[in-house]
Design a protein around this ligand. Structure first.
Ligand code: ARG
Length: 471
């Protein structure tokens, strides 16, 4: 008969045991469960429910179990439903009937809520390290190849030249926000449900603040009903992880395009590429594709968790057991994705010449030429028209903007030299000035604002990022 089976006359159907069991998954909570139990024993002793000798004996048994869990030598019994019942039974095997006192003033409802928060805290710490690792890889690549010039795009069309380093640092910004979201989540979830009992609060004078402190929580939860049924923290972590995966997926998408020979901007190392079972020519960016694909699964985990919660009345409902699969899987997926992409970037080859050649297509310095006209006193809308005409001329002639002849520039500039503008801007626009502005390097250098792609700005941004990451 199960630990909860006192009122039952018949034993349970095997299908019920199979259907309700969670040990396969929640054994991952074993360390947290034991740590929580040790704090609970201290709470029980403090409330006069255990003698000092009893508390010492139970804690010793729990510590032995911790060592066994760490060594991986615990044999989980599938007939014991979950990690909580397994560990309680294992404790009884080791210390005898005294183990029956452990579950005083506690329910698996506050127990699992406590365990999962402890697990989440560890997970968030590990994820932060993985995100930092990925940021280091991005910054490392930016240092190594960041001066490469890339045709920046909007609408997937050539737009303006940017430094490759600037592009990589955009991801560093995203990843820093991803770190922040996990920190925010932790701030809210780091409270202790222990002592909430099944739903109404434990029926003994447990010092919940003391057990909270012992477990590293910021304090005890304020409402027992909320404490046992709140899984906001699972949603918040999943949301942070899903958005983090979306960011990785965007980079993964870019890597798949850039490594296509048509682009040829980057080359994945053999160590991070896969071949085809049929086509001997293939070298595929599978890790990037799998990151992109798994982002979909993590988004699904978040949606599934929200859907699971939306119909639950207070307090604990067994549905909540279903929180673990999406949380565990998503956290593992995110950590693995950060790890594989960091390795891939560390090994990434960059073809600066191919990037630079692409930057010579698509008239991507047109905006810089229009900006130069504005600096010479022309209104931006008029400048836009003039340069638009120059682009059309160059396109028709099959040349770049800087290759247009003086006559074409002068025709386009007719009427631009008005005295008021000259007073404001000095030298009027000339073909020479516009040709200079049409150079890719000049266009880059002109974006010299905070957050812009001018090389000095990017160098400073890399230095700031390095400092933040301690590299
Ligand atoms: N395995 C359960 C879970 O993860 C533990 C709590 C079960 N509580 C209960 N009253 N059946 O949610």
């Amino acid at each position: 008969m199960e630990l909860w089976g006192g009122r039952f006359r018949e034993s349970s159907d095997q299908r019920l045991a199979d259907f309700t069991r969670s040990i396969e998954l929640d054994s991952a909570l074993a360390e947290d469960d034991l740590v929580g139990s040790i704090a609970h024993v201290h709470g029980l002793a403090g409330a006069g429910l255990l003698t000092a000798a009893e508390a010492t004996a139970i804690v010793a048994g729990l510590q032995d179990l911790r060592a066994e869990v760490a060594a991986g030598s615990i044999a989980w019994d599938p007939d014991l439903e979950d990690v909580h019942l397994n560990l309680e039974a294992a404790l009884a095997v080791r210390i005898g009937p005294l183990a029956a006192k452990l579950h005083t003033g506690r329910s698996r409802n506050d127990q699992v809520a406590t365990d999962l928060r402890l697990w989440a805290r560890r997970a968030v710490t590990r994820l932060d390290e993985s995100i930092v690792g990925m940021e280091r890889a991005l910054v490392g690549l930016a240092e190594r190849e960041g001066e490469a010039i890339l045709p920046g795009t909007t609408h997937i069309q050539p737009a303006q030249p940017i430094l490759f380093g600037h592009h990589l640092l955009a991801y560093v910004e995203m990843l820093e926000r991803d770190r922040g979201r996990l920190v925010d989540a932790r701030r809210r979830f780091n409270v202790s449900p222990l002592g909430s009992g099944a739903l109404a609060g434990a029926g003994y004078p447990l010092d919940r603040a003391a057990t909270a402190t012992e477990l590293g929580f910021d304090g005890p939860s304020a409402n027992s009903l909320d404490a046992v049924s709140d899984r906001d923290f699972v949603v918040e972590i999943l949301a942070a992880v899903a958005l983090g995966m979306v960011h990785l997926s965007r980079l993964a998408e870019e890597l798949t395009w850039w490594s296509n020979p048509r682009f040829g901007f980057v080359r994945l190392s053999d160590a991070f590429s896969t071949g085809s079972s049929m086509m001997p020519n293939k070298k595929n960016p599978d890790p990037a594709e799998l990151v992109r694909g798994r982002a979909g699964r993590v988004i699904g985990a978040l949606a599934g968790m929200l859907a699971m919660l939306k119909g639950l009345p207070l307090a604990y409902q067994r549905d909540l057991q279903e929180d673990k699969a999406p949380l565990f899987e998503s956290v593992a997926t995110y950590a693995a994705s950060l790890g594989i992409l960091a390795g891939l970037l560390d090994d990434l080859g960059v073809d600066r010449a191919r990037m630079r050649a692409a930057a010579d297509e698509g008239f991507i310095t047109a905006t810089a030429v229009a900006d130069e006209l504005v600096r010479r006193g022309v209104s931006f809308r008029v400048a836009h028209q003039i340069v638009g005409r120059l682009v059309a001329e160059a396109e028709a002639a099959g040349t770049g903007l800087a290759d247009l002849d003086d006559a074409t520039f002068r025709d386009a500039l007719a009427g631009c030299d008005d005295p008021a503008a000259r007073a404001l801007a000095g030298e009027p626009p000339t073909p020479r000035l516009l040709r200079a502005a049409a150079g890719v390097e000049a266009a880059l250098a002109s974006c010299d604002v905070v957050g812009g792609t001018a090389p000095t700005r990017v160098a400073a941004a890399i230095a700031t990022a390095r400092q933040r990451l301690g590299v």
